[in-house]
Design a protein. Sequence first.
Length: 424
Amino acid sequence: MTKKLILMLIVALACTLNADAQGWLGRVRDRATEAAKRTVEYNVERKTVDAVDDAMNPDRNRDNNRSKKSNDADYEDEEVEEGPQDTEAVYQQTDFVPGNVVFFEDNLQGEQMGEFPSKWDLIDGSTDVASMKGKKCIHFEPGTRIEPLMTNQTSYLPDFFTLECDFWMNDPKTDLNNCYEFEFNKSNDENIYEIRIGESYDKLEVTCRYKSVAGDWRDSGGGKTWELKKNDWSHFALSFNKRAIKIYINGKRVINIPNSQAADRVKIHQADWGGFHGNKNYLTNFRFAKGGNELYAQQTTDMSAVEKAIAETGKFVTNNILFETGKATLKPESMAEIQKVADFMKKNPSVRFEVQGHTDNQGSDAVNDPLSQQRAEAVVKALEQLGCDPFNMRAVGKGSHEPVASNSTDEGRAKNRRVEFIKR
């Protein structure tokens, strides 16, 4: 009897253990399935991000970049985020469209180091021409305020314009913080809106204080921060359209104001913020241009413009595909224009394009000819990454040999720096 009881207990225990084992194995199977699902989602997402990165940086070796740590001391202490990330957080396309009629431009080329920049006027403080990380630039002492030297010094901003420049940001772990202000005023110097860019706890903070069309003062952007490049250049862009202000940092829109009063002039101020007293403050690559993206323009309107140009002239010509100075690296704000062409090509899969890169006459043919070819190839690669058939595209560099305007003015040179899509 005792043996039979022991045998019954062993059988019951085995059944229990088997049930628990099955439950445990089931849980392991479920977790493995979920992990595999996350891995697939991450890989798909990573391919999407890589496609955009490849379009933006055609010369980049992605595999080497992932396997090797950068030797640039400026980035040695940056943290690398692991695991799946939101594609939109990694890279967000911009709706910024640069104006096409340039009325002020300055990349400081030809300026003498240590002298006051010739295209500017001094209001307060002290500034001179310097060089930082390979770029000629304007160096600001704390509290310095300057403005562009214009024919009509008090009123030159149209009601539809864009403003762009590059600004330097320090690493707050080793240097004092930066702070830049763009002050937009009426011709009588009444302040209308001001944009402030500065560091806040190792991140970039952008704010805009503005006078609304209703006449009261309002603030936008306060309290929000964005990751900044440390010890490196970042790109600032502003679009003003009759009453709407849009502000972009490194191709990403950070502030969108629907109703502001218009200004007539702009001053640039190296501001004291929170006891700031550093002197590593630099700005360069200024571009003021009339035009830009239509107020609340829809993609259908953009597409009809591309289709209309192709139907009427057999080509689409654009000055809104921009590159880093002297390089074939696409700027982030170029992707909105390239996307329009990609949409057209996917809608018309039998159309073939010769993608032509054109430069102005600054520099020799030995530099401009291969550069224009490389830029055309970068556009073709970007279109391919967006789903266009590479069989339908051929990159051709034209250098400065086919100008459409005089190269003797900034406005003319801006028109000559273009990309043409010729239907074949």
